[in-house]
Design a protein around this ligand. Structure first.
Ligand SMILES: Nc1ncnc2c1ncn2[C@@H]1O[C@H](COP(=O)(O)OP(=O)(O)OP(=O)(O)O)[C@@H](O)[C@H]1O
Length: 292
């Protein structure tokens, strides 16, 4: 299977709700040939990094909007700035601002859910969940990773946060609990290789040095000519996207204005109302959902 599927429907349409699933490829923009760029986030995780103003929040919001509109999808949002993911706070299972204790607590809960899900997957004699299982996708989105790993709380809390996050990123991908994380700090202390390599998708927005571009994409890509330093500072939303096992690809992320973001979040809240169209059907796996 290709790492990034190009318009799998064979048409030029962008998948939209209702009926959208996080198991469907997620549209994030176009490549340099004008082709749609679609990601299979559920099984891969997504790391987004680059210097301030490059367009990271745009991509984060695309992921959040898709998840908000997707059927049977729950969101856990960590946003120390409040305003990036705030529009979705009413429909998120958890919305954490600048509170590292709450962040640690929610990550612990997520790891418990992941462990329960693996017990269930084992009982089904399989290795990962599929859309037919009717288990909800739980998408965790973190905007400004560095706030939780270097700024808020004590050193011990920051290390605990990092350890738990590493656990979730490595466990989540096979049990329907992917992570999207973003940072403007492109250094090894924020994105150590051992964490970065757990992300199946890495997206580098403009960087100032080859070294920081390599921190995101992986050691050696800049020497091969794939460096986010070559992105024009005025070309906001442009990035290099690396999908596991592939080579980096130039993309231009789609962009949602603040008004569009709030409109989508409002629509998603309406769609998810108890009598709405996205009430999950009873499933054989519902007892496992209770663990969440
Ligand atoms: N895909 C895009 N297409 C066109 N313009 C964009 C795109 N992405 C971002 N921009 C423009 O660039 C500005 C900064 O983008 P954004 O806030 O996403 O950057 P950022 O990398 O998240 O910055 P910060 O790290 O400071 O949060 C936006 O306000 C918008 O005007």
């Amino acid at each position: 299977m290709p790492a990034t599927a190009r318009d799998p429907l064979g048409t030029s349409r962008v998948p939209v709700a209702p009926g959208l699933s996080m198991f469907d490829p997620m549209f994030i923009g176009i490549d340099e040939f004008g082709e749609h760029v679609m990601l299979d986030v559920v099984y891969r995780n997504l790391l987004i990094a680059g210097e301030p103003g490059g367009g990271k929040s745009g991509l984060i919001n695309l992921a959040a909007s898709t998840a908000a509109l997707a059927d049977n999808t729950r969101m856990v949002l960590l946003d120390a700035k409040f305003v990036e993911l705030g529009p979705y706070r009413d429909i998120a299972d958890a919305f954490i601002g600048n509170d590292i204790e709450a962040a640690i607590s929610v990550l612990k809960r997520l790891l418990t859910v992941a462990t329960n899900r693996y017990q269930w997957i084992l009982s089904q004699r399989r290795r990962k969940v599929s859309r037919d299982d009717n288990l909800s996708v739980i998408l965790t989105i973190i905007d400004e990773l560095a706030m939780f790993s270097t700024v808020l709380g004590t050193k011990a809390q920051q290390e605990e946060f990092e350890g738990l996050l590493r656990g979730l990123v490595s466990l989540g991908r096979a049990c329907g609990m992917p992570v999207v994380a973003a940072t403007q700090r492109t250094s090894w202390d924020i994105i150590p290789a051992s964490l970065r390599d757990l992300f199946g998708y890495r997206c580098a927005f403009r960087c100032t040095t080859h070294g920081s571009s390599d921190v995101i994409l992986g050691q050696g890509w800049a020497d091969l000519g794939y460096s986010a330093t070559d992105i024009d500072p005025d070309n906001r939303g442009a990035a290099w996207l690396l999908a596991e096992g592939g080579i980096p690809r130039r993309i231009k992320a789609a962009y949602l204005t603040d008004e569009q973001i709030y409109n989508i979040a409002d629509y998603a809240a309406w769609m998810r109302r108890p009598s709405g169209i996205t009430v999950p059907a009873p499933s054989t796996t519902s007892q496992w959902e209770m663990a969440a």
